[in-house]
Design a protein around this ligand. Structure first.
Ligand code: URA
Length: 240
C-alpha cells in the first residue's frame, strides 16, 4: 500500500512528522536514488529510500505506541462495521497482540507488541499499572470526587478499586475536563464510574500507561516503535 514519505519515515522511527518534513525539505532524503523534497510523495514499503547515507530499514517493529483514532476497534479483527487498529500498521503484521481495549470512540495510547508475555504483564491485574485518561464530562459535581476514592459498584458484583488520582483540569460552561488514573480495565470502566455519580463522559483519551506518556508529536493514527527504556517506563509508577 502506498503511503506518504514523511509518514513512512516517522512510522519507521526516524523522527517526528515535523522533524522528518524539515529533513525532506533540506534535501537529505532520496527515493530510488533521486533527492525528493516532497513530504507527501507516495512510497511503497519496497521503495528504496536513503536518509543521508543511511538506507531506510522497514522491518516490522516489535513493540509499538499507537495514537488510536476514533472509529477503530482495539481487537485483532474488524468488529461491528469498524476496522481493527491493526489496519493502521504498515506492513500489516498479524502477530501483534494489543494491551487492553479502548472503546471504539476512545482515542489515545494503545500498546501493541509481537511479544505476548510483555502484553500479559501490562494487562495483568497483579501489576497494578495505572492507566491515565483525560475525560471530558458533563453534569460533573465536585462533591462526587470522594466516591472515586471509595469503591463503586459499576457492574454486578464488581466494586472498583480507588482511583490513583482524580483532578479537575478545566471547567468550561457545562463541560469539566478531568485527569483520572485507574489500575483496572473493566469494560467501559471510566464511563461507568462517571455514570455512577450521574455524570456523562463525552470524550475520552488515554494519555499514559504507568509512566509512559503518549508521545504528543504522534497524530491520531500514527505510531512508532518503543525503545527498551520506554518499555520499562510502563512498569514504573505513574507521575501525576
Ligand atoms: N474506560 C472506558 O470507559 N472506556 C475506555 O475506552 C477505556 C476506559
Amino acid at each position: 500500500m502506498a503511503m506518504r514519505l514523511d509518514k513512512h519515515l516517522s512510522n519507521s522511527g526516524y523522527g517526528t512528522r515535523s522533524e522528518i518534513k524539515r529533513l525532506i525539505k533540506k534535501g537529505v532524503v532520496s527515493v530510488n536514488g533521486e533527492v525528493c523534497k516532497n513530504p507527501a510523495h507516495k512510497v511503497l514499503l519496497t521503495t528504496s529510500i536513503t536518509l543521508g547515507s543511511k538506507q531506510i530499514n522497514s522491518k516490522p517493529m516489535s513493540t509499538i505506541m499507537l495514537n488510536k483514532p476514533k472509529d477503530y476497534v482495539s481487537s485483532n479483527e474488524n468488529e461491528a462495521g469498524y476496522p481493527s487498529v491493526l489496519e493502521l500498521i504498515q506492513p500489516p503484521h498479524p502477530k501483534y497482540a494489543i494491551a487492553g481495549r479502548l472503546d471504539v470512540d476512545t482515542t489515545g495510547l494503545l500498546i501493541l507488541s509481537t511479544q505476548g508475555d510483555l502484553i500479559h504483564s501490562i494487562i495483568s491485574p497483579t501489576k497494578d499499572i495505572t492507566k491515565t485518561y483525560i475525560a471530558k464530562v458533563i453534569h460533573f459535581k465536585a462533591e462526587s470526587i470522594q466516591s472515586f476514592f471509595e469503591g463503586m459498584t459499576i457492574a454486578e458484583e464488581f466494586i472498583t478499586k480507588p482511583v490513583t488520582h482524580l483532578r479537575v483540569l478545566e471547567e468550561n460552561k457545562e463541560i469539566t475536563t478531568l485527569s483520572i488514573g485507574i489500575t483496572e480495565g473493566k469494560f467501559h470502566q471510566v464511563k461507568r464510574m462517571f455514570q455512577f455519580v450521574q455524570a456523562k463522559v463525552i470524550d475520552l483519551k488515554r494519555v499514559a500507561i504507568g509512566s509512559l506518556q503518549l508521545d504528543p508529536s504522534l497524530e491520531q493514527g500514527d505510531y512508532r516503535e518503543l525503545t527498551p527504556k520506554e518499555i520499562r517506563l510502563i512498569f514504573q509508577p505513574s507521575k501525576r
